[in-house]
Design a protein around this ligand. Structure first.
Ligand code: SF4
Ligand code: SF4
Length: 486
């Protein structure tokens, strides 16, 4: 009997480079084209999402003279965001935070109901990768042809195909990167400037950045983004339960696999590997649910096409809940349970956050006040003994018409005001005008006799009321009024 030591193999001593590597080398995936119900849903989703993405910046929305007429626009220089009839100022950035929260809860709900439906059908990485793979198939051919092309030597035909493919990918990437930029400026103007070389360096810089990322992520990285870069697969299983719809292989029906069904002991899987060949991430779903599976359901289409040809029952690979699969295995009635504690909780959260946001958007007064009190000096003692505090008072008029406001103070007895450039002498109330869609900035001095001060510092409230408007708008802002030590 021969004994082989740890440092040698049957073919001789072990070479240094044969040591197991800490990193698995990348195995290129060549997804096969497949037709079927889920493929059609994926195409429909792709047309809808890409159509919306490319066309939305071109929708016009009349906001009156002097205002941008683009329906969806993030106007960085003017520091405004427009979404059809809604206009968001920088001070209202919490609405954008609200939209992100709604998106996150919506994602939790969708995952609780239908597993990785976001990853498989609507994630931008999936959508663009699908589009890039379609281009690749059109130029390089079927799965077998692509594999042969990559394995073969560099010929003129191979070079032509590769150059055409990458050129098409770069064109799509430029259109994609360009479309993103149109959300940040007037789309027709920006397109004209970009085509005539008149756009700023920043615009060309971002165009290059978005083009490069689309080309690299959708053309080269593909499934590796989902497997290694995206954090979402790592924690979404926390939102699954046994009633969540997921893509799984019914091992109880498929195993043991066999090419021909010679007897009843052989399962329905004929080991054709089509399910794995069509998979965009190269997963063999028969090994169970895996992190790499994005839930695109193309393996269902693949297996159903095989089962149809073999005249066997469909859905050996299914989009179904674990509880239904168990019920089927045991011959018990199946049922889809969409209303469950976790989905009800997500829906309730969605309703509450959505309701708060809708109420806030509908009821917002479109006027905000920002007060900065003078820090040096904190107060001034006038020659008659009165105490005076200074404030920089800003009124944000978020409407496209001039508005008139009446300013008064509360909490400090006998307080009077002087506003630089508005009233020359102390008054209990002052009229302030603010132009349309602007911020009115005023220097306000509040004066009070020393006996009005109960402590070194006390609250002072500015009350701003709109005058002459149909609806009653009032903004109360509390600040401090300082005086000498008591
Ligand atoms: S295993 Fe099936 S559902 Fe999962 S990624 Fe592959 S084809 Fe899509
Ligand atoms: S496609 Fe269906 S029959 Fe073919 S290997 Fe996959 S599970 Fe088995």
């Amino acid at each position: 009997m021969s004994v082989i030591s740890h440092n040698e193999t049957k073919n001789g001593p072990k070479k240094a480079e044969e040591k197991p590597s800490l990193y698995a080398s990348h195995i290129k995936v060549y997804p096969q084209r497949i037709a079927g119900t889920f493929r059609r849903i994926k195409w429909l989703t792709l047309y809808t999402l890409l159509g919306l993405y490319y066309l939305v910046p071109w929708i016009r929305w009349d906001r009156g003279p002097g205002a941008p007429s683009q329906a969806v626009l993030i106007d960085m220089p003017a520091r405004r965001a427009y979404f059809f009839g809604i206009e968001i100022w920088p001070q209202e950035v919490y609405y954008l935070a609200g939209i992100l929260i709604l998106g996150a809860i919506g994602l939790f709900l969708a995952t609780g109901l239908a597993g990785r439906v976001w990853c498989g059908f609507t994630c931008p990485q999936t959508v663009w990768t699908d589009l890039f793979m379609w281009v690749e198939r059109k130029i390089e051919g079927s799965r077998n042809k692509r594999m042969k092309l990559d394995a073969g030597p560099l010929t003129l035909e191979k070079a032509a195909k590769k150059i055409s493919k990458h050129a098409a990918w770069i064109v799509i990437s430029i259109i994609t990167g360009g479309a993103w930029i149109f959300y940040y400026g007037d789309a027709p103007t920006m397109l004209k400037e970009m085509l005539t070389g008149q756009a700023s360096q920043t615009v060309y810089g971002f165009l290059f950045l978005f083009t490069a990322t689309t080309y690299l992520l959708a053309g080269w990285a593909r499934e590796q983004v989902c497997t290694y870069m995206c954090p979402w697969p790592r924690f979404q299983s926390a939102m699954f339960d046994e009633d969540t719809l997921i893509v799984t292989y019914e091992a109880w029906r498929g195993e043991p696999r066999g090419k021909a069904k010679t007897d009843d002991k052989i399962g329905d899987c004929v080991d054709c590997n089509l399910c794995q060949n069509v998979c965009p991430t190269g997963v063999d779903i028969r090994k169970g649910s895996q992190l790499e599976c994005i839930g695109c359901a193309l393996c269902i289409d693949a297996c159903n096409s095989v089962m149809t040809k073999l005249n066997r029952p469909l859905n050996l690979i299914t989009y179904d809940s674990i509880s239904n699969q168990n019920a089927r295995q045991e011959g018990k009635p199946e049922r889809i349970r969409l209303i469950r504690p976790r989905t009800v909780a997500y829906m309730a959260l969605l309703t509450i956050v959505g309701g708060i946001m809708a109420y806030g958007l509908l009821e917002r007064p479109r006027v905000e006040v920002n007060i900065q009190r003078d820090r040096s000096p904190l107060f001034v003692t006038l020659s008659n003994g009165d105490i005076r505090n200074g404030y920089t008072f800003k009124i944000l008029n978020m409407l496209r018409r001039e508005r008139t406001f009446n300013l008064t103070t509360e909490y400090v007895d006998n307080a009077t005001m002087t506003v630089i450039g508005i009233n020359g002498r102390d008054r209990k109330n002052v009229t302030l005008k603010v132009g349309p869609d602007t911020v009115g900035t005023y220097r306000v001095f509040v004066k009070a006799p020393p006996q009005s001060l109960k402590a070194e510092s006390q609250n002072l409230e500015f009350v701003l009321r709109e005058t002459g408007a149909q609806s009653h708008v009032e903004v109360d802002s509390t600040t401090k009024f300082y005086g000498p030590k008591k």
